[in-house]
Write a protein that binds this ligand. Structure first.
Ligand code: PGA
Length: 249
């Protein structure tokens, strides 16, 4: 079965609750493409008004992070049950900004992935190399390690519905989009890694996105690659351009 593309926005730390509602209302008519899954991952405080604003449209709302414990004395954190209760079906896990500024590691990513799955929330697991790693020629090795640890104790049946976002760090927010060849090469290697960990059927089912300076101009070519099943879009998801990315064909 062909994989349905998932085109997701990552708003990061942008948009107040009222701005979120306004932007969703603007985007609704622009993203009416039923051939793809459309998702906006928004700041925690925007989730409830965003879910309300997106009702009746094809926009699903996701979260940008969550903690790996059930509940308790973890001031400032958001639990999986809170996301679930708010109607959230997807959560970004291990974005490079969280790894860089908030000390997330492959191990905490794995814990969060397991916890999200336990609560029926699909994790979008982020991976990606730095510019130095790319120049050193260790990109694929590094990403295979990130993937292997992220999927520890995840069953094949669970893995099949997980989403992976390949986001080279040097391409995030820099305007330097990876070439389609670079993006396809790594997404293919990720799929091969999943086939090694599990089997061919799991590898064929799992969705792998590309992220990093995706724009309306680059989307069509990227999404046409055999192993690229959509995108994780930062900057361009904060404006009407996101509609053009969703309707990339
Ligand atoms: P960008 O961000 O599209 O602004 O490069 C992508 C991301 O970090 O998910």
């Amino acid at each position: 079965m062909a994989r349905k593309k998932l085109i997701a926005g990552n708003w990061k730390m942008n948009m107040t609750p009222s701005q979120a509602v306004e932007l969703i209302n603007t985007l609704k008519p622009l993203v009416a493409n039923d051939e793809v899954d459309v998702l906006l991952c928004v700041p925690a405080i925007d989730i409830i008004p965003a879910v309300e604003a997106a009702k009746g449209s094809n926009i699903q709302i996701g979260a940008e992070n969550m903690y790996f414990e059930e509940k308790g004395a973890f001031t400032g954190e958001i639990s999986p049950a809170m996301l679930d209760d708010a109607g959230i079906k997807y959560v970004i896990i291990g974005h490079s900004e969280r790894r860089q500024y908030f000390a997330e590691t492959d191990e905490t990513v794995n814990k969060k992935v397991l916890k999200a799955i336990e609560h029926g929330i699909t994790p979008i697991i982020c991976c990606g190399e730095s510019l130095t790693q790319r120049e050193q020629g260790v990109t694929i090795d590094f990403i295979r390690q990130q993937i292997k640890i992220a999927f520890l104790n995840v069953t094949a049946a669970q893995a099949a519905s997980v989403v992976i976002a390949y986001e080279p760090i040097w391409a995030i927010g820099t305007g330097k989009v990876a070439t389609t060849e670079q993006a396809q090469e790594v997404c293919k290697a990720i799929r091969e890694c999943i086939a090694e960990i599990y089997d061919d059927a799991t590898a064929a089912a799992i969705r792998i996105q590309y992220g990093g300076s995706v724009t309306a101009a680059s989307a069509a070519e990227l999404f046409a690659q055999a192993d690229i099943d959509g995108g994780l879009v930062g900057g361009a998801s904060l404006k009407e351009e996101f509609g053009k990315i969703v309707c990339y064909k």
